[in-house]
Design a protein around this ligand. Structure first.
Ligand SMILES: [Fe+2]
Length: 268
């Protein structure tokens, strides 16, 4: 898909990267756990941006659109840093929803203008594409009133984000992500609502997580939320999802339940 409205515009990716680094450097003085949280988000952002470009390229989008996807990836988690400092957590709630706040910071308070050279030359349509993609990137599902282009780029960022969550879970391990050892996690049960999501081939609702196992299973269930075929292929090739699923629950009845759920992933 080519966007003729912006055919003369080229994203200055080097400057955008530098400007993002400048923004992150605001958080450089922080120490301890919050510092580690910010470092993880920086790495996550870069990987998500790469994933966005990879998906856009494999979908056959033009150079400008591939860059646009990459930029959305670079911007999508801007509010995570403030969230880490203020709440010491990445759990969203009504008062602090990182996607909504990020979109506000970038597009209402004009931070995007500072980050992207020539921002005012980007057509209104694509500014809205960026804003809506950031705003909706962590919603359970996308609203129906998006334009085709808004929906396309929202799907790309949402897939790219999920693909990197598999990496983050494996690289950081259960202690960091779930606050307990894998052994402890595998002694817990899987709640019926989480199990149901697997049989309905949809992501689990995070609000329905009760046990430690639910947290891991809800991450695995993100696979069902991958919209593009290329993203599902990539998730399988990456190997992280396979590692997450290479587990055995301590209680035989839970293990049996788990194997049924795993089968649903393998079928997709
Ligand atoms: Fe996010």
């Amino acid at each position: 898909m080519n966007n003729s409205r912006n055919k003369d515009f080229e994203f200055d990716k080097e400057t955008i990267e530098r400007n993002c680094e400048d923004f992150y450097s605001l958080y450089n003085g922080i120490r301890g756990e919050v510092h580690d949280m910010c470092e993880r988000k920086k790495a996550h952002t870069r990987e998500v941006a790469k994933n966005c470009r990879m998906i856009a390229e494999k979908m056959g989008l033009g150079e400008y659109d591939c860059d646009l996807a990459w930029v959305i990836g670079m911007l999508h988690d801007f509010a995570r840093f403030g969230q880490a400092v203020r709440t010491h957590s990445f759990v969203d709630n009504e008062r602090f929803d990182h996607a909504k706040l990020g979109a506000r910071l970038l597009f209402t308070h004009h931070l995007a203008d500072d980050i992207i050279p020539g921002y005012d030359r980007i057509c209104e349509t694509d500014r809205l594409v960026m804003e809506k993609a950031v705003y909706h990137h962590s919603d359970y599902s996308l609203p129906e009133d998006l334009s085709e282009r808004e929906s396309l780029f929202s799907r790309i960022i949402r897939d790219a984000d999920k693909l990197d969550i598999f990496r983050v879970v494996v690289i950081n391990g259960p202690e960091r992500i779930y606050g307990c050892s894998l052994e402890e996690l595998l002694k817990t049960d899987i709640s019926p609502e989480i199990e149901k999501a697997f049989y309905e081939h949809r992501p689990a609702d995070y609000r329905e997580r009760v046990t430690k196992a639910d947290f891991l299973m809800a991450h695995i269930a993100l696979f069902f939320g991958l919209e593009e075929t290329i993203s599902r292929q990539r998730a399988k090739e990456q190997g992280y999802l396979g590692k997450m699923m290479d587990i055995e629950f301590a209680v035989p009845s839970v293990q049996k339940k788990y194997l049924g759920m795993k089968e649903q992933i393998l079928k997709r």
